[in-house]
Design a protein around this ligand. Sequence first.
Ligand code: PHE
Length: 369
Amino acid sequence: MENIEDIKKRILTEIAAAENLKSLEETRVLALGKKGCITEMMKSLGALSPEERKEAGRVFNVLKMEIESALEARKSLLEKAELNARLAEEKIDVTLPVRPETQGRIHPVSKIYEEVTAIFGEMGFDVAEGPDIEDDFHNFTALNIPANHPARQMHDTFYLPKEANGSRDIDDSYVIRTHTSPVQIRTMEKQRPPIRIIAPGRTYRSDYDATHTPMFHQIEGLVIDRNITMAHLKGCLYDFIKAFFEVDEIPVRYRPSFFPFTEPSAEMDIGCKKSKDELKIGAGTDWLEILGCGMVHPNVLKAGGIDPEEYQGFAFGLGLDRLAMLKYGIPDLRTFFESDVRWLKHYGFVPLDESSMTGGLSNNGGLAR
Ligand code: PHE
């Protein structure tokens, strides 16, 4: 039979050899558990004489304490090691660059949307929205384009089927909006001046070639307050266009134009240099049309429930896709909507490069590539 010293040695060796908390617990049960060898031996003390029992009891108690403290020491060591192993396994190297691993890309239209919103947001504009399916009143009539007005022909409108009531009145019909200008009316209907909004969104016209798609994107701008003049319009748009193309100066000119909902109306051109296979924006002697604008027509203010004697405003509309083509040198608009992943990889943007006026707009350091 093993003597006490041997037992002690054996158990302490087992404890020292326990590789994890589970096998340590097994060792503990085998020694000190209900049926453990030490426990069994202590039970046998009953058979001894009182003198012997006293002595042996002391020896066993010392042994038990030694084993318990060895178990305790080993346990805290193993716990520490297990925690460290877990920490090492779950470690994330926050210094690793994330960019090369980013798979998705931001579509150029979304990117331009972010850029334009960042610029006008800083000027104090809110973002307004309106429905894609518009009634005739908001898309045309309220914008000073009455039924049978020739200006309706300017927009190759998609009309929706007449409603079931069979009405023949043109004001009862629905269209998918031909421009974002109806949001001007919708904003005036629910907000009193001062108004300062941009309204980005989808617009639709029956047109299809390298620079036209049936669905495209516009951003509407509307400012209404007391004493608003054309000077405000020019200053605002000049600041916008400089910020957008990320240049300190840019030649601009306003050409007289016609929109039923603005009077006077203008188109804004920016200076550029066109050569055979390159377009350089911001310098040169050529001009590029960039947006339509004007002073809000009194009839439009009236249709929106605003007194034109008290308030004036300016409005502008720009093609988001067109801006994307110009800024990022994308030649064909149709490719925007073909969902070709290779195209998106080439022309898209890394999601983490957020556009802001302080952190940089396009993060490509300036003008188009
Ligand atoms: N709605 C016009 C268009 O689609 C653009 C525009 C908006 C012009 C606001 C003037 C003022 O062409």
